[in-house]
Design a protein around this ligand. Sequence first.
Ligand code: 5AD
Ligand code: SF4
Length: 444
Amino acid sequence: MTASPTPRTYRVKSFGCQMNVYDGERMAELLADKGMAPAADGEDADLVVLNTCHIREKAAEKVYSDIGRLKKADGSKPLIAVAGCVAQAEGDEIMARAPAVSMVVGPQAYHRLPELLDKAARGERATDTDMPANAKFDALPQRRRAGPSAFLTVQEGCDKFCTYCVVPYTRGAEISRPYADLLAEAERLVDNGAREITLLGQNVNAWTGETAKGHTLGLDGLIRELAKLPDLHRIRYTTSHPNDVTPGLIAAHGEVDKLMPYLHLPVQSGSDRVLKAMNRSHTADSYLALLDRFRAVRPDIALSGDFIVGFPGETDAEFAETLRLVDAVGYAAAFSFKYSPRPGTPAAEMDGMVPMTVMDERLQRLQAAINRDQLAFNQASIGTTCQVLVERKGKHPGQWLGKSPWLQSVHFIGEAAVGDLVTVELTEAGPNSLSARLLQPALA
Ligand code: 5AD
Ligand code: SF4
């Protein structure tokens, strides 16, 4: 490979989960710190970072086809970096198969992107998929930009080893970022305009930290401390595992006003046989009992979950148990996926692969049930008054888009600005959004 001129503009394309969105933002900050500018819409970028996801489907194939398609208007290739979980899992293969790629950088090593860029400028291709715990957070520049709703990664990795899941291998063992660092980053985000912070972690409720006085805190303690920041109005967290929910976290939902009434708690299946084969270590009943405890302290809490259909060996009767669980919960939102064998995971070796046509049919039925409940949840809020955090302008003149406390997308017309918390009356509901009437402009 020949030496390339130092890139001037960049584009970071993030796929997959919110943690990748967070990582993508941090990589952009790092590149800006190196004197580069984001490429404008429609403009070619000198450097493209593909921040990839490996959780499902043919993730690696998609990366290769993206690499193939990346071209500037003059037909030349931009400098290409592959980051994220595909980089972690298949970095060496990518380097061997895709000569257009100059840099491969794993999710725990992207703070070293500037060094890789320097190497690329000298014509050297380089891979960095080390997994040093927390090193990247110490090496990243301070947060500079924040929209009204910001992500803050507090925990990474997972020790649960669900048998279908690649995360424990690509993101590594559970680590918690130190409490003082999180407080400092949250303060920076709020100073830069964030009014809502979503605490992120693959298993966020396993977060643990220590105060300066040596007190151990769990996620609920962190939430209570962040709630003391005067200009921070909303706190959310995702994703949780049923087995790491503590009584303190449940109590916080009843006591901390700034903690939004929304819980994303994946269940994956309603069948205890399938849950056991998935190594989920909870049952359908223990999951339902847990939700009841949240509802007891916060009756209006919106519930969300993740589901996998067609796990190896899943029978019609077992799938019917999933539908029954959905009926019992009444989700406000939920995500459902067809099982996808992940190389190196135990489930990929299991017998009883469910035919694709059966998976398709199950997914359709499950999504119909979820959509039905989502619409019912939205319709039940018609006529009520709530606060909306304004996130951006809508397509129509004078229209604004934002989120209700229950994470519903709400649009309204009136006087407002990005970052405002306005009071609205919800007037109409669809499955994915609600219309509202502005009652009171910004409080803050
Ligand atoms: N196949 C299908 N879905 C998966 N998920 C994780 N691994 C797989 C897989 N191999 C889903 C789970 C998880 C969500 C983030 O992705 O539902 O909660
Ligand atoms: Fe994957 Fe979530 Fe299970 Fe961890 S808890 S192994 S991230 S599905």
